[in-house]
Design a protein around this ligand. Structure first.
Ligand code: TTP
Ligand code: MG
Length: 400
């Protein structure tokens, strides 16, 4: 039995969701990303009608307005997109236990074991497209091939609202006419290198004699050629989404000094948020945990309308929760913070006009980079720095 992998990608995802919610937007050039006058806005996505004007993702809004002045411009609502994404996921889960979400609107499904039950590739594709259409009214495109690499390219061919299947054994032939840049894994720089060597299409790379390949591109060339021939055995990765990410600690002695407790809490929060971002996740619920000297343990939570991944935003929530923790006038034995209702951080969240946290997100990206190089302690906020440079927790419990 040969392996079969399905790739699915929603069409003009955010725009399509808006068109379902408001049918008067259907068939119109719709641009998601910001209002017309938004000076710093960027296009998240555009309906296919708007793409005819040359509008595409990541284009400055001002330019999109120039290209299509009568277009409809909207900021969009991420919560709706997440809900739609979850409904799509639910359909995929009925086809196979092996589902890997690649982004908010894209997934791989290993359908090798589902062939018999559904009656083959075509039947599976039809079922998924129909079921998604019924449950969400959204259009999507589906590609099926022997592996993730080829399936993803097949989906591109199917867009919009289509289905493309690549026969087992037909992978190399299918990829051959493509320009090199269309092969997943070949970025602009690799593409340039290959072109400088006179290569134009994926097929030319696939056929390059081994000696010449090694001489020109070294071992990296071997991997590229494998891909160009449509060979790949990357597994469909079923992600185990953690339920929560948090940090807590028990003090050496029970404490009454909330100023100190808050400093430790800030430190634990920074560590949790670092771990959260490292996982590429964001959270919608913040929980403060307090165990008092009599071992009574209480938790105080706040659920937010939008997921967050920025320290200052969580600090804000903690400021609301801390007074509740203080109400019980007992000494504190343990303090902790955890983030839950986790989801994967969707690439350019800040495109949604969330100006408030955009600056912080950028700051934190560079902070995390420094930490990645020099360790977490390399950068901390003033509040947790009040604890001293080397924080030693009595029980550095690392919960997940
Ligand atoms: P894509 O699947 O890349 O684009 P799309 O679904 O809008 O259109 P297509 O039919 O070509 O697949 O991205 C999915 C969503 O992610 C998209 O609707 C909006 C969001 N997004 C951004 O916010 N910024 C970006 O730069 C890109 C590429 C996507
Ligand atoms: Mg898409």
């Amino acid at each position: 039995m040969s392996r079969r992998v399905l790739h699915i990608d929603m069409d003009a995802f955010f725009a399509s969701v808006e068109q379902v919610l408001n049918p008067s937007l259907r068939g119109k050039p719709l641009i998601i990303g910001g209002q017309k006058g938004d000076p710093r806005g960027v296009v998240s996505t555009a309906s296919y009608e708007a793409r005819k004007y040359g509008i595409h993702s990541a284009m400055p809004l001002a330019q999109a307005v120039r290209l299509c002045p009568h277009g409809i411009f909207m900021r969009g609502n991420f919560q709706h997109y997440r809900e739609a994404s979850e409904k799509v996921r639910a359909v995929l889960d009925t086809v196979s236990p092996l589902v890997e979400a690649a982004s908010i609107d894209e997934a791989y499904v290993d359908i090798t074991g589902s062939q018999k039950l559904f009656g083959g590739d075509d039947a599976i594709a039809r079922y998924i497209k129909d079921e998604i259409r019924q449950r969400t009214q959204l259009p999507c495109s589906v590609g099926i091939a022997a592996n993730k690499l080829v399936a993803k390219v097949a989906t591109e061919f199917a867009k919009p609202d289509g289905y493309r299947r690549v026969e087992p054994g037909g992978e190399a032939e299918f990829l051959a006419p493509l320009p090199l840049g269309k092969l997943p894994g070949i970025g602009p720089r690799t593409c340039e290198t290959l072109q400088r060597a006179g290569l134009r299409t994926v097929g030319e790379l696939a056929r390059l004699p081994a000696q010449k390949l090694l001489r020109s591109f070294g071992l990296a060339g071997v991997g590229l050629q494998r891909a160009a021939r449509g060979n790949s055995n990357a597994p469909v990765l079923v992600e185990s989404i953690p339920k929560s990410i948090g940090r807590e600690t028990t003090f050496p002695q029970d404490l009454a000094d909330w100023k100190h407790i808050e400093q430790v809490l800030t430190y634990l929060m920074e560590r949790s948020m670092f771990a959260l971002r490292e996982q590429g996740m964001e959270a919608r619920c913040v929980t403060l945990k307090v165990r008092y000297s009599d071992f009574e343990t209480m938790t105080f939570s706040k659920t937010l309308p939008e997921p967050i991944c920025v320290d200052t935003e969580v600090a804000e929530v903690l400021r609301e929760l801390i007074p509740k923790g203080k109400e019980r006038r007992a000494r504190v034995r343990l303090i902790g913070v955890s983030l839950s209702l986790l989801s994967y951080n969707q690439h350019q969240l800040y495109l949604f006009g969330r100006e408030r946290s955009e600056r912080w997100q950028r700051v934190l990206e560079s902070v995390d980079k420094v930490r990645g190089r020099h360790g977490f302690e390399a950068l901390r906020s003033a509040k947790s720095m009040a604890l001293g440079k080397e924080v030693k927790l009595a029980t550095p419990s690392l919960s997940r």
